[in-house]
Write a protein that binds this ligand. Structure first.
Ligand code: FE2
Length: 395
């Protein structure tokens, strides 16, 4: 079942929901105010080729670079941008770099979820004093464009949250990077911002990490799904959605649950060799246009659910049926999924894993008022994933 954590909200609080998620937790003292996602850094085997993939396939633009030419002797990083989303792709330049160990163990994957803050020193102090394990003590880096303060803590697995304070900086990205001007600039596909990022954690670890986000980061458990809600004939998982005080950062945390066969979470944990980021959901204003372009550029999505799924869409939309502008046939042609909740509906679609290990994938989401995560699609989605797992021999 779906449990809305704040179901005991007062009338006044319930009214405030109408003004957006930001108001829900307005009463709670936020010791870690977060302005948004600053960037996501991937450790990859070949950053030059990955950067080409994200430009060509996903429409990211060249933003900044550091490498041998800028005095970085151990690693090279390419920074890409599309609207509010910034990705960094980093590769070691020699066998001694500790980045190698991450890549050997996990394959290509997300190392850093960087959070934009007003005061990085305070963010570090508030979180480490509440039990966070330090990754990087606050450092001040400067160049001709000003200064940036960075600090970092570990979260699940070997994943890191960096706090980035850039209010005194006007450069392209961060000190140490130079602006990257490229002659190759494929058109963006309409990706706007990070909607949510999901972590897969080990057996029985979900509540440990829910508590960690509550205690260390001051997040709230916003929605919960148990294995009765998220299951198919073969596999099951549990999920809790954590949100920061202003609702800009949402981190669902999944753990596998016992079932007849192996769940996608177990498959992830086997191939990532531990906990890590499972998917990055990016928002668009026009999912049909975005997905059509992504497909034309070679991005692979999960296979479509059966005809009955699309026949059932009007019923699933309920009172929002008349609100939907999109043509169901067009959605079906592109395998886009539809779900609705009290506030509205949403359109979403999931890529296949974007590396050879069946680990990290992307979600493209368009919210039309709905604040949920597509719970009504979980069954259809997981059955699609199971068909893929079957092909891989990992179900
Ligand atoms: Fe998602």
């Amino acid at each position: 079942m779906i449990i809305l954590k704040d179901k005991t909200m007062s009338k006044k609080e319930i009214q405030s929901v109408d003004y957006g998620l930001e108001k829900i937790f307005a009463g709670a003292q936020d010791f870690l105010p977060l302005l948004g996602t600053d960037y996501i850094e991937f450790y990859v085997g070949n950053a030059k080729q990955s950067a080409h993939f994200y430009k060509t396939a996903f429409g990211f633009q060249s933003l900044a670079y550091k490498g041998l030419e800028t005095g970085s002797r151990d690693s090279v990083s390419y920074v890409l941008v599309q609207d509010k989303i910034r990705l960094i792709l980093t590769t070691p330049l020699n066998s001694k770099s500790p980045i190698n160990e991450h890549i050997v163990k996990h394959g290509d994957g997300v190392k850093v979820i960087a959070l934009w803050v007003e005061d990085a020193r305070k963010a570090y102090e508030e979180t480490t004093s509440r039990g966070a394990k330090s990754y990087l003590e606050p450092v001040v880096e400067k160049d001709g464009h000003g200064e940036v303060v960075r600090a970092g803590i570990y979260t699940y697995g070997e994943t890191v949250h960096m706090f980035i304070e850039r209010k005194n900086y006007t450069g392209a990205f961060l000190p140490g990077f130079k602006e990257w001007k490229s002659d190759y600039n494929p058109e963006p596909v309409g990706l706007k911002y990070i909607d949510h990022m999901v972590g897969n954690v080990d057996w029985n670890q979900m509540n440990t990490w829910v508590k960690w986000y509550e205690d260390v980061m001051g997040f709230e458990n916003f929605l919960s799904f148990d294995d009765n809600q998220i299951h198919t004939e073969y596999s099951a998982l549990m999920s809790k959605v954590m949100s920061n005080g202003n609702g800009r950062i949402k981190f669902p945390i999944n753990e596998p649950a016992k079932a007849a066969k192996k769940s996608q979470i177990e498959e992830y944990l086997d191939f990532y060799e531990g906990s890590g980021v499972q998917h990055i959901a990016v928002a668009t204003d026009d999912v049909i246009k975005t997905v059509a372009q992504l497909k034309a550029r070679g991005v692979e999505f999960l296979p479509p659910p059966p005809q009955e799924y699309y026949d059932g869409i009007p019923e699933r939309l309920g009172k929002h049926r008349d609100m939907m502008k999109e043509d169901i046939k067009e959605l079906q042609k592109l395998s886009i999924l539809v779900d609705a909740d009290e506030e509205g509906y949403l359109l979403q679609i999931f890529t296949k894993p974007i590396e050879d290990r069946p680990t990290l994938f992307f979600e493209i989401i368009q919210r039309m008022g709905a604040r949920g995560f597509g719970a009504g699609n979980f069954k259809a989605l997981f059955e699609s994933i199971e068909r893929e797992q079957e092909n891989r021999g990992t179900l």
